[in-house]
Design a protein around this ligand. Structure first.
Ligand code: CO
Ligand code: CO
Ligand code: CO
Length: 317
């Protein structure tokens, strides 16, 4: 994608506060001194069997990039690819699941577009607003900050275990609960705190997105694998080899940016590269304010700290 975008003509417009050249979560366009638009789009093929749940997860995932920029979603447009001969009740359930989740976020669906396609795909283009002074970007992490993650890792590994028929219902359910949790509460918990750096953990996995944050901010992230938390069952399934193709791609792409300062179990290392659907926020926050954020956001946990730029973007300690 980066290669394809590289040749495109660039328009220099002072109102483009975040454009496509910084691999951030969403674009940001200033409307006035007090208000900027945050715009993002995301859609994918079904990751669970239940149509309603799939729609709701697709919405949670699409909304996430707005929260990751410090914005709040206001409107959404659905994007749907569906077989012409497909089951209309299932399609209605997908749309209902999505719309319910969009409403839960205090956002409204204004419309959408669908195309005839043998492979189902669903998601949303979401528009939010943010105060131009309170945008959270990949470039905002500073040496001395604490690093906090707001959701456990493992949705990709658990989905793969499910496909192989080795995942327990309870583990699948816990993973679905996580994917259905909006990042709104985590974003709200940042209110009034000194945070500039944030991204959400999605397809590139924890280390892929951590690398983007480190590179854009010109810092090194010291990650503590022993402090990382995983969805129930994820470590066992990863150890049993239930690792999605995306995990291997992420590792190939990011590995050279990571230095392991001590040895860590293979399954822990694997999960650090696991592609997440509707993952949590990775937040870089002033060290002194980390305890306040953690007390406001139950479920969040500290995963490391930000160092001045070293020889690699990421150290695993
Ligand atoms: Co994102
Ligand atoms: Co995205
Ligand atoms: Co961001």
């Amino acid at each position: 994608m980066d290669q394809a975008l590289a040749g495109l003509p660039r328009v220099h417009n002072p109102n483009v506060l975040v454009g496509f050249d910084t691999s951030d979560d969403a674009g940001v366009y200033r409307l006035s001194a007090e208000c900027a638009l945050v715009q993002t789009v995301d859609f994918f093929t079904p990751i669970v069997d239940d149509p309603y749940t799939f729609g709701a997860i697709a919405a949670t995932n699409a909304l996430s990039d707005v929260y990751a920029m410090g914005g709040r979603p206001i409107t959404a447009l659905s994007i749907c690819a569906y077989p012409g001969k497909g089951n209309i009740d299932d399609l209605r359930d997908i749309l209902r699941g999505g719309t319910d989740k969009i409403h839960e976020a205090g956002c409204v669906v204004l419309g959408g577009h669908s195309v005839n396609d043998d492979e189902i795909k669903f998601g949303y283009a979401v528009t939010g607003t943010v105060h131009p002074d309170r945008i959270l970007t990949n470039a905002g992490a500073r040496a001395g900050d604490a690093l906090i993650l707001t959701k456990r890792l493992g949705t990709g590994v658990i989905a793969t275990a499910l496909k192989r028929g080795i995942a327990s219902d309870a583990h699948v359910q816990a993973s679905i609960e996580s994917m259905l949790t909006l990042n709104r509460a985590a974003a709200d918990a940042l209110d009034g705190l000194d945070c500039r750096g944030c991204t959400d953990i999605t397809g590139f996995g924890f280390l892929g997105h951590a690398r983007e944050l480190a590179v854009a901010s010109n810092v090194t992230l010291e990650i503590w694998p022993a402090a990382m938390r995983f969805l129930p069952g994820a470590l066992d399934y990863a150890a049993a080899g239930a690792q999605p193709g995306g995990l291997k791609n992420n590792r190939e792409f990011v590995e050279s940016c990571v230095v392991a300062l001590s040895s860590l179990p293979d399954e822990v290392e694997a999960l650090l590269y696991d592609p997440q659907t509707a993952g949590g926020l990775l937040i870089s926050i002033a060290e002194l304010e980390a305890p306040e954020f953690l007390s406001r956001c139950p479920g969040a946990f500290r995963v490391g700290r930000v160092l001045p730029q070293g020889d690699k973007p990421i150290y695993l300690k």
